[in-house]
Design a binder for this molecule. Structure first.
Ligand SMILES: [Fe+2]
Ligand SMILES: [Fe+2]
Length: 211
């Protein structure tokens, strides 16, 4: 999901005896699970890799709002509309926490967003699939946000403090997203008409947008 390579010039991991004093102090902090903070010294390759990863993560949160934004005016009830708007708003917040974490590394937000617009920076490709019916909103919440939780829970323990703390809050909100998606599909399967029951078994997202 976040597999775009960043060329840092580092070809292999040094062992402790080859490191400078600064590098060794950094490595010892990592090994004892002490968080690295914005003002601490860090190797340039670590900084560049984090900027790439956090910006790509932030872009995915923002682009992830788009398929769901299309359904705000077509949500089947006021309750569903409120839930969907709350979820979309959360995703905007996730993007903003992450852009802020990225800026603590010295990256420029406008420059990183320009890379997204030019196609140089990537985002999670799942959001390119069309969401053609309401069951897709259920499938996105349950399965896409569910997959995001799997990826993101481990990042709560990542070594960079600002990224780690952003992830703690994000993961709490993702749990609500997954639950609302599950409940959308469950409601369609239990109470929908035959067409809705069929849709909820084969949402467009689940069959690669060819439905
Ligand atoms: Fe999110
Ligand atoms: Fe989410």
């Amino acid at each position: 999901m976040y597999a775009q390579l960043v060329e840092t010039g580092v070809k292999r991991i040094k062992d402790l005896s080859e490191m400078t004093e600064q590098e060794r102090a950094f490595q010892e902090k990592i090994d004892s699970e002490i968080k690295i903070e914005a003002k601490n010294w860090m190797p340039d390759a670590y900084r560049q890799t984090l900027i790439r990863q956090i910006s790509q993560h932030a872009h995915s949160e923002i682009v992830g709002m788009l398929p769901e934004g299309n359904w705000v005016t077509r949500a089947p009830s006021l309750k569903r509309k409120l839930q969907l708007m709350a979820k979309i708003q959360d995703e905007a917040g996730h993007g903003l926490y992450l852009y802020s974490a990225m800026e603590t590394l010295g990256a420029d937000r406008d420059e990183e967003i320009a890379k997204l617009h030019s196609g140089k920076a990537k985002y999670s490709s799942i959001f390119n699939y069309p969401t053609l019916n309401w069951a897709d909103m259920g499938a996105v919440g349950w399965l896409v946000d569910g997959a995001a939780i799997v990826n993101q829970v481990v990042l709560q323990r990542t070594s960079y403090g600002p990224y780690s703390r952003a992830m703690v809050r994000i993961c709490k909100e993702e749990s609500f997203h997954q639950r609302q998606g599950y409940e959308i599909l469950l409601t369609m399967m239990r109470h929908g008409n035959q067409a809705q029951k069929t849709w909820s078994r084969t949402p467009s997202t689940a069959c690669g947008g060819r439905h």
